[in-house]
Each structure stands twice: as structure tokens, then as C-alpha cells.
Ligand binder design. Structure first.
Ligand code: PLP
Length: 450
């Protein structure tokens, strides 16, 4: 059992009181700890492990790269593997994208995207653009720029004095915010108008970019855009010369059934951040897709993007990501994401559709969530003090199931949800096991609240 006292450790863990099992090995859908217990990974950690664990071909590609060259600083060299990864990604990107900037994770990708957007306007002679608009209940990472655009109140609060100016509009939260009788299309239009009104109030010529997750992830759990919403957002951004930055760190690289979630909306951003499923957890890597117009502005202006990290384009990480991306395509895994996503929604509907404490089931592909409520009629959440999300996680881990529960679903303080993001290699019988075990964990957690 997991204990609740901390043994002596030199690692500053995420929680100073929790004792973590020691992960020792991984294979397919499972992570095994040092005691030999195997955990079914139904969330890819945090929607990372898209090929599962220990994929032999990814490991072989990484071993080969290691034998040749692990690392060469990008101020001296490029590497063949980084060039091939960029070619692979650009060939499958929205048509407007001409380059990829390789970093080491999602926060770094967002940070770079924000700076690219700002530099773009400096280069083209609009330096008065100095603020961002983003959405409440979003998550874009924990570095200061990413935290500033993020809309999770709990994460931002104590760091607020350090954050760049960002104005937040409403999330796309159909379950709670679509008015009775309002169609999804009208709801999307209302949200788009809110964005336009915000830009007009700020003075659109002062705004750098609108930043949004195509499908919302960690903070509120798989919030999907209403039909037509993102297309209207694109129009509004274009009307006022504001850039559109999409964050597909969690929902992208195949997780929702298409390589890029924005393809399902028929929308192409100016900058797009990816990470997580890009490298599948085999190495820390992320990227920013950059549109040709932005690269051209840099080329005609200062001739560089004024940024950089020591580990940009790390050769070993690029080798892992290239292997992951090639395997996803070769094995037709996005078809499996769609098929298993359908099975997951059916199974979730069967298990939780009439559950007295599940208010909503939502998401796309292998990116789905359930939202917990104390009362289905009023949609009242559980008392945040009960930390239902943490109880569900503990109950799931006790059943050797990894899921991704989170509190603060509604406003950063109230509400609980559980996010599921299994690897793209998941099979029908695994989906059934995941939903069965999750059902048991949810019921046991709720019973423990009393
Ligand atoms: N953007 C989104 C949508 C995310 O979900 C995350 C992480 O969960 C990030 C950015 C930050 O990525 P990282 O944790 O790799 O820095």
C-alpha cells in the first residue's frame, strides 16, 4: 500500500508528504515498480506515452543515435536527425507552417512561441503590441511566460506579480456555460464575440496574440471547442492583426484522432506548440511550428530568433521523436485512436452515463474526461476540502491503474474531473479494463467522502 509518511529522500518531490512507488521498468501499457507491481497506464502519465513504454524500435533508434552522437550544440552544428524530424513534421503540418523550433518540453515550446510572436511584431514595426489574450481554465505550462497566459487561478496566484500582462476570456465549457436552449453553434459564436469585445476594449493594436489549447487538457479536462468557434476566432484574429497561437502540447500529435487537433476545426494557427506525444516520453522534447510569414519577418529583419537553450534540438531526443512519429504513421495508429476513442466513449457512457455523481463525459479520440458532481440536477460540485480527485487517484493506484484526476475543474478551486489518455496502442480489452477499474475507483472514492 502507499503510505503517508515521507521516508528520507534527497529528491524534492512534487509533494513533500506523499510517498511514491519507485518505477523500475515499463513495457507496453504497463509501468512496473520495484516491488513488481504492474500499473496500467490509462493516461500516458500526463498524455505523454503515446506508444506505451519500452517500444523496442524507438529504443533501437535512440541507441543508434547515441552510438553516433548524443548531442551537438546548435550554435555550432545542425544534425541530420533534427533535419529529418523537421522535414517529417513540416510535411504533415498545416500548410502555412514552414519551420519547427525544437525545445525540451511543453512550457519551453509555449515560452518560445510567445517570444516569437512578440519579436515578429517588433520586426514588422508594431512594437506597441505587448499583451496577450488567453482563456480562463487553460494550462500552458509552469515557466513564467506560460504561467502568465495560463488561466488556472490556483497555479497563477502567488506568482501573479511576476507575470506578463494577459487578459483571460471564457473557456469552451459546454457542460456548464452553454445556456439552456442555446445551440452549440450559438454558444461558440457568443464566445468568439467575447474575444472580439475583449480585443476592442484593450485596443486590438496593443495585443500580440490569442493563446488557446485546441482541446483543453489538464485544468478542466478535455474541453472541446464548439462547432465553428475556432474558425471564428481565426477570422477575428486576422481582422485585428492578432496572431493565433494554438497549444497542442497535450491534445496534439494524434491524441484526438488527427495528427493536429486543429485539423478537425479546419483552422491553421500562426504558431503551434507541441510536446508530450511528439516524443512519447522517450526523451524530453517539444516543438513550435512556425508559419512562413513569421520566419520571413525574422529573415527580412534581424535575421534570427532571439532566444535559445543549451538543449535545443538535442540529437538523442530528436531520434526518439522521429522514431515515434514514423511508427505512429507506419502502423496506422491514428485509426486506432479513432476506433478505441469510440469504444472508450461508449464504455464510459455505459458505466457512468446514469451515475448519480458523473455530470459530464467529454473529449475526443483517446483524450476523454469525466466530471464529478455532488448533485447531477444542480451540477453542484463536491466540497473541494474532500479532495475527491486525490481520493480517486489513490483508489485507482491501489487498483494498479494510472488515471489523471484534477481538482479545480470549474474555476481553479471547485470541481473534480478525471482525464484519460491511454497510449495509441491500446486494445479493446484494455479499454474495458480501464473503465471497469476506474468505475471501482470512483465509487470507492465517493464512498470514502461519506
Ligand atoms: N501546454 C499544455 C496544454 C499542457 O497540458 C502542458 C503540460 O501539461 C504544457 C503546456 C506544459 O508542458 P510541460 O509540462 O512539458 O512543460
Amino acid at each position: 500500500m502507499l503510505t503517508n509518511h515521507a521516508p528520507s529522500t534527497g529528491v524534492l518531490h512534487r509533494s513533500l508528504s506523499h510517498v511514491y512507488p519507485v518505477a523500475a521498468s515499463g513495457e507496453g501499457l504497463f509501468i512496473r515498480d520495484e516491488e513488481g507491481r504492474a500499473y496500467l497506464d490509462a493516461c500516458g502519465g500526463a498524455a505523454v506515452s503515446c506508444l506505451g513504454h519500452g517500444h523496442p524500435e524507438v529504443l533501437a533508434a535512440m541507441h543508434a543515435q547515441l552510438d553516433a552522437l548524443a548531442y551537438a550544440h546548435t550554435s555550432f552544428f545542425t544534425t541530420r536527425v533534427a533535419e529529418e524530424l523537421a522535414d517529417h513534421m513540416i510535411a504533415r503540418a498545416p500548410a502555412s507552417m514552414s519551420h519547427v523550433y525544437f525545445v525540451s518540453g511543453g512550457s519551453e515550446a509555449i515560452e518560445a512561441a510567445l517570444k516569437m510572436a512578440r519579436q515578429y511584431f517588433v520586426e514588422i514595426g508594431q512594437p506597441e503590441r505587448a499583451r496577450f489574450v488567453a482563456r480562463r481554465q487553460s494550462y500552458h505550462g509552469n515557466t513564467l511566460g506560460a504561467l502568465a497566459v495560463g488561466g488556472n487561478e490556483w497555479r497563477r496566484r502567488q506568482f501573479a506579480p511576476l507575470l506578463v500582462e494577459t487578459h483571460h476570456v471564457s473557456p469552451t465549457y459546454d457542460y456548464r456555460d452553454r445556456a439552456p436552449g442555446e445551440t452549440p453553434e450559438a454558444y461558440g459564436e457568443r464566445l468568439a464575440r467575447e474575444l472580439e469585445d475583449t480585443l476592442l476594449a484593450l485596443g486590438p493594436q496593443t495585443v500580440i496574440a490569442f493563446v488557446a489549447e485546441t482541446v483543453g487538457g489538464a485544468t478542466s479536462g478535455a474541453l472541446t471547442p464548439p462547432p465553428g468557434y475556432l474558425a471564428r476566432v481565426r477570422e477575428i484574429c486576422d481582422r485585428y492583426g492578432v496572431l493565433l497561437i494554438l497549444d497542442e502540447v497535450m491534445c496534439g500529435m494524434g491524441r484526438t484522432g488527427t495528427l493536429h487537433a486543429c485539423a478537425q476545426e479546419g483552422v491553421a494557427p500562426d504558431l503551434m506548440a507541441v510536446a508530450k506525444g511528439m516524443g512519447g516520453g522517450f526523451a524530453p522534447i517539444g516543438g513550435v511550428y512556425v508559419s512562413a510569414a513569421i520566419v520571413d519577418a525574422f529573415r527580412r529583419g534581424s535575421g534570427l530568433f532571439q532566444h535559445g537553450h543549451t538543449y535545443l534540438g538535442h540529437a538523442l531526443a530528436c531520434a526518439g521523436a522521429l522514431a515515434v512519429q514514423r511508427i505512429i504513421e507506419r502502423d496506422g495508429l491514428l485509426d486506432n485512436v479513432v476506433a478505441m476513442g469510440e469504444r472508450l466513449s461508449e464504455r464510459l457512457a455505459a458505466r457512468f452515463g446514469e451515475h448519480p455523481h458523473i455530470g459530464d463525459i467529454r473529449g475526443r479520440g483517446l483524450f476523454q474526461a469525466i466530471e464529478l458532481v455532488a448533485d447531477r440536477g444542480t451540477k453542484a460540485p463536491f466540497d473541494p476540502a474532500a479532495k475527491l480527485h486525490a481520493r480517486i487517484k489513490a483508489q485507482a493506484m491501489a487498483r494498479r491503474l494510472m488515471v489523471y484526476p484534477m481538482g479545480g475543474t470549474i474555476d481553479g478551486a471547485r470541481g473534480d474531473h478525471v482525464l484519460l489518455a491511454p497510449p495509441y496502442i491500446v486494445r479493446a480489452e484494455d479499454i474495458d479494463t480501464i473503465v471497469d477499474s476506474l468505475g471501482q475507483a470512483v465509487d470507492a472514492a465517493i464512498a470514502s467522502v461519506g
